[in-house]
Design a protein around this ligand. Sequence first.
Ligand SMILES: C[S@@+](CC[C@H](N)C(=O)[O-])C[C@H]1O[C@@H](n2cnc3c(N)ncnc32)[C@H](O)[C@@H]1O
Length: 352
Amino acid sequence: MSATDACCQQLATALHHSRGQSALWIADESPIDEATWQQLVQAGVSFASNRYNQVAEAERRGLKASFCDFDLKPAPGRSWDAIYFRIAKEKAVCHKVVNEAAQWLAPGGTLWLAGLKQEGMKSLLNKAANYFGMAPRMHRADHKVLLAQLMLGRAGEPLDDQNYGQLRQVETGPGQYFWSKPGLFGWQRVDRGSEFMVQELSHLSLSGRSVLDLGCGYGYLSASAAQLGAARICATDNCAAALAACERNLEPFAPAVPAQVVASDCAEEIAQKFDLVICNPPFHSGFSTGPQLHRRFLQSIRDHMAPGAEAWVVVNQFIRLEQLAGECGLQQLTRQRDGDNRFDLYRFALIQ
Ligand SMILES: C[S@@+](CC[C@H](N)C(=O)[O-])C[C@H]1O[C@@H](n2cnc3c(N)ncnc32)[C@H](O)[C@@H]1O
């Protein structure tokens, strides 16, 4: 059964307001269920998302879709009559979308927002209303979901989006810098699980080995593998901002370590196989957790391992991979717990 999101469902109920107009639906990782997809197709909206899988699905259904990092510029000479946005978890992203909407909506155009009260929806609405110069019209305000319509009047001051459009260098440790931005997984730090994996990787010679980093984020694991002498790197993620940051973080290793950064859903678009697959999967955060995603990642890991390859996967210790990995054709070599008792590092080979 596909995941659902009450806010996306509510937002879709407002689509009829823009029938015959030029409308844009913006999506991040919030799940869009079958009924909502059908409403989007029926309404003939344009679609934009920072998530590759959402764009691929929209295109499969015949929608005009763009994979972007919330740059909502319409075709030359055009503007949007309506923009629909189920608010994101990251405040900077919400502010960026409101600012972009003010820039690209036609005069009198409408921004539709849906979100939960506890997600800061009220505060976002207040700020957006100040910018748009009009009070929001509430279409639904139950104890959970808020659905609001904002008409573009005389634009005031843009919201503080923390300069979302730009990558910035973040000091993640003494003398250690990465390009990153708000909204990326652990964007201002190194994940402890990933750090644990790299500590263990440093005992291994990566020289001559090709490496796939599945779900690369801003590229901490990829950059570490490059530093440890990998022969070539392929890094992949489904998030537009992650790919841009990872590409930037791998630049210093070129041309000695050739690197490819690929937009894909669970590496589906990548045909090559690798000597080492490294992965800190998105099993513990966001909307898309659950056995289905676990299986897809483990199957993809298996499918991208060359004969004799290993896969290293780090997860929170409360997530058990033994059984599922076996079902997916992976033989567990070792499982190692980190010193803080928080993460497990699994090493897998292919079942012969
Ligand atoms: C836990 S983070 C790890 C990031 C990075 N490798 C690190 O170690 O810091 C998981 C990553 O998986 C990405 N991801 C989520 N779903 C994905 C999918 N279907 N296909 C590819 N990547 C995905 C997320 O965008 C995120 O960057």
